[in-house]
Design a binder for this molecule. Sequence first.
Ligand code: GDP
Ligand code: MN
Length: 378
Amino acid sequence: MDLYEYQGKDLFRRHGIPVSEGRFATTPEEARRAAEELGGEVVVKAQVLIGGRGKAGGIKLAADPGEAERRAGEILGLDIRGHIVERLWIERASEIAKEYYLSVTFDRGARKPLLMFTTQGGVDIEQVAAESPDELARVHVDPLEGLEPHHVRELLASVADDGERRQIASILEQLYECFVAGDAMLCEINPLIVTPGGEVKALDAKVTIDDSALFRHPELSDLHDTSAADPLEAFAREKGVTYVKLDGSVGILGNGAGLSMSTVDVVVVAGGKPANFCDLGGGGSAKGVVDALEVISRDPQVRSILFNIFGGITRGDMVAEGILTALDQIDLDVPIVVRLDGTNAEEGRRILSESGRRDLWIEPTMLDAARRAVELAA
Ligand code: GDP
Ligand code: MN
């Protein structure tokens, strides 16, 4: 789960990381009031879950409340690479002398948190990594030992000024704490600025929380913004269906994650492209099948659907009944290919073939079924 900048900054503030005082706003009027309360020059910042807002015109300075209101009017509704701006963060403007970069991320390859720092902040960090890798300090932290002074010294060796280094070291400690306590996958400050007076603070906040750990953070899951996620995936979540959108044309339904994933592979082997990955779980009840079909059929890219069911505890005849009930309940205009094996599979296949439905194909093996589904999707 990605946090918006204003949420990330709230988290930072609670961990003692210096950030500018600000207000949340969703209308130009609220932006004006926020600027009045804050006093002086402010910066109006688009809150969208995508970077590069500055370049896209989503971040503007405003000298007074009237200008803040006008800037807010310009930024609200802006389309930043597919993200429409509906929220704003208004904060007291900072004077910038230097822009640095500081982050803690999880390096899956090394199975350790990775600290990164460069004095070349403010710009795209991938660009720094590609063009001047020597300028980007990288230090791994053993997750069991935690952050130690030698990590900090090594990471911040390029900072010449003692006062700056002390402040950044303390911010790093707080950021690492924030990363661990929040079960984050990423805590990034870009830019970490130094003001003309030599004060260091976080001007931006990018935080990603590990979804699997959200249950430990009820305070954060409230922030979950389903509107920003794929609408189909959000619909699936509502229905309790495990669904991952892919970009091909064959819709896939299996019972069990392993079978569903191998079905994805077999469709590729058969020369097709999966439109999704959908796991019915252990059940095969009519309700479960209806829900899953409803999710899949909402994807306009789906041209055929492949049902791959292996009956264990789930009985083949029950699944067959489930499929027929589902087809009665929803209007599908794509063909369905079924491969049914395991417990009561013969009975299930008989029920399906006796239904006489013309949009239903029954195939004996997984590969046959995949080939048929790919052919029908073509
Ligand atoms: P991003 O473009 O989405 O990464 O958004 P940032 O929050 O990093 O802001 C982008 C740029 O806007 C920063 O690198 C700054 O140059 C500028 N900016 C943001 N806040 C301020 C501010 O308070 N004062 C000034 N002068 N510039 C700011
Ligand atoms: Mn930034």
